[in-house]
Design a protein around this ligand. Structure first.
Ligand code: HPA
Length: 240
């Protein structure tokens, strides 16, 4: 067990899906995994391990924002040996051609700052996704007929944003959507030689103000979970 994760050694799979919301971790584990069992309840940040098509998978909540995600991702990688980490979460669309319920796979994650910012000093590091995961996620979404966009996203530090000009610049530079975690996940994965990807569902639209009704959220989020699982194990499937 670590400071923030109560799981025993060996309780966590090499492949970890990370929703921000611990209750979404519970829902995804109970919906998509065989024999899910709860492996973490510390601070209510629920985590579950089970199997998907025979592969061991952990679904662990990350909390909201990069400082919270950084705690869980560090401990998952450094103490439990996680090697493939896929964020599953919601995002706010920033382009008119992106619609509610669409899936976004983030090639890059721009930010004003991340928890790693102090370490990089003058370097403006560009966090990017694992190419094999990204390719496999796009293929999985297309095969399911799920509308999917691959491109840059923005990992913000605040949900209640007082700088509308920043969002304008992001939109102007083609950023597809805003969320609050991926840039640090990509940075940590790169630091420790792991694979990372963010697969996101558009839950709201910054340009129009539209938002998914609560009853539509579950089914839309289900597509994203399956895309993430298929991407995680695409190589094994290729190998037969
Ligand atoms: N901002 C930040 N994170 C988000 C948003 C948003 O508008 N929507 C979903 N996650």
């Amino acid at each position: 067990m670590t400071i923030h994760i109560g799981a025993a050694p060996g309780d966590i799979a090499e492949t970890v899906l990370m929703p921000g919301d611990p209750y979404r971790a519970k829902w995804a584990a109970e919906t998509f995994l065989e024999e899910p069992r709860c492996i973490n309840e510390v601070r209510g940040m629920l985590g579950f391990t089970g199997r998907w098509r025979g592969h061991a998978v952990t679904i662990q909540g990350s909390g909201m924002g990069m400082p919270s995600l950084s705690i869980y991702a560090n401990e998952l990688i450094r103490d439990y040996g996680a090697r493939t980490l896929i964020r599953i979460g919601s995002c706010g669309a920033m382009q008119d051609h992106v619609n509610l319920r669409d899936v976004i796979v983030a090639m890059t994650a721009s930010s004003l700052s991340t928890p790693s910012r102090g370490m990089f000093r003058e370097v403006n590091y560009a966090p990017c996704a694992d190419w094999d995961l990204l390719k496999a996620a796009v293929a999985a979404a297309e095969a399911r007929g799920t509308p999917v966009h691959a491109g840059g996203i923005y990992s913000a530090d605040v949900f209640y944003d007082e700088r509308p000009d920043l969002n304008e610049q992001m939109t102007r530079h083609g950023i597809l959507a805003v969320e609050m975690e991926a840039a640090e996940l990509y940075t940590l994965a790169a630091r420790y030689g792991c694979r990372a990807l963010a697969v996101l569902t558009v839950s709201d639209h910054l340009n129009s103000g539209a938002a998914l009704p609560p009853q539509d959220r579950e089914s839309s989020f289900g597509d994203m979970v399956e895309v993430a699982l298929e991407a995680a194990f695409a190589e094994q499937a290729d190998q037969g």
